[in-house]
Design a protein around this ligand. Sequence first.
Ligand SMILES: *Cc1c(COP(=O)(O)O)cnc(C)c1O
Length: 478
Amino acid sequence: MNCEKLICDENSTIKDVLKCINNNAKGIAFIVDEDNKLVGIATDGDIRRALLDGAGLKETINAYMNGQFIYAPNPVEAQRIFQQYEWKIKIIPLVDEYMHVTDYVECNNKQHIALAQPQLIGNEYNYLMDAFLSTWISSTGKYVTQFEESFSKYCGVKYGVAVSNGTVALHLALVALGIGKGDEVIVPDITFAATINAVIYTGATPVIVDIEEDSWCIDPDEIEKAITPNTKAIIPVHIYGQPCDMGQICDIAQKHNLYIVEDCAEAHGAEWNNRKVGSFGVISCFSFFGNKVITTGEGGMCVTNSAELNDKMRVLRDHGMSKERKYYHEVIGFNYRMTNLQAAIGLAQTERIDEILEWREKIDDEYRDVFTKIKGISMQKKNLNERKKIAWLVSALIDSDKRDDVLEELRKNNIDARAFFIPLSEMEIYKKYARDCIISKKISQMGINLPTTYETKQAVIKKISVIICAMLHGEGNK
Ligand SMILES: *Cc1c(COP(=O)(O)O)cnc(C)c1O
């Protein structure tokens, strides 16, 4: 058993326990009674304090151990405890029903600072277990409906259609709108490839246009220049949490009779003119991938105010099968359903979305505080005219000549940091669809994304800023 090296008898002397801790190199001993029941925990810190208080090495440990210790029945529960205690606890013993130690779990989140990490500390586990125990683990079950209702309501939109991921959400939306061969769909040059791929799946032709210098979002003037008689739709992407200029884009769409399909995969909860993103498009698409604002592992949703499109998407999502006549297929559909298990997590995440956005915002503000003191780094713009951005990843621009070295140095220091998306126009498979894109190229070469996990505490942000500052200005770079 791998926990043997951590176990000491309650009659052991302090010296014996110190030897045990010294041998196991975990900084901790589990103290058991004569029946092998776990009765206490002693950390090297507990012993240090005992010795400073005058305890002798030959005294038995039981007077000095911690009897009010934390333990868990299984690793899942242990992970929940780590999260609740914000990873301040380092080791949690696992016990069986007799309080016998069966194993232990170490907190492995201390070293590496991930770019993104879901926080699953509300009802996620309870709802997931409930769905699991109900045996409704496929795509029928109460959580799918509840998640659709709660998330669409959050967006201020009437209907939600939950799907397997954000990419198929975009595809489903375009198919439901009848977009296909011969049609053109306008997309921004800076986005994740799924946006343009969804257009290509339908047989339509994507048209890639440049972005705005201040918001990094699709440029409405460039949209207007790209419109032809074949243009059917625009996909504005609210990039890195920044909402597009929905006022201008809606005007253009109305003037030219075009559909707007919003790609909200990176901006759950962002607003334009006090209205949430997702409420501007005829259909709007969200992703709930593990690194997004809220997550279901894999997952997505189309939201719409149109009852007709809602019905249509439900049929298309479910093999194109008639809702009235089982196994009668009205259209060529897809299997794009979300499972009840995923929706259970999604519902719990939606309950906490405001709280999640708040801590993200707090982290973003802490970066802003520190970065304002560094020359040569500028954070993504906040409060641009009517826009209320949310903090997804922290996004900033630095000198393009130094960008890749900065990223490498951060990664060497166990901090996950990424470069911005490569412009679509710079990739072989997409460049034939691109119009002139100058700003996207420039921004993409300067952009970095930094962690916004709940472990990204002030100390981590300080460390990141010291590394960046040293790389940009050579101070302390030894
Ligand atoms: C993540 C993302 C998607 C795709 O979502 P998946 O759930 O990963 O399929 C689409 N568009 C943008 C802008 C994204 O960031």
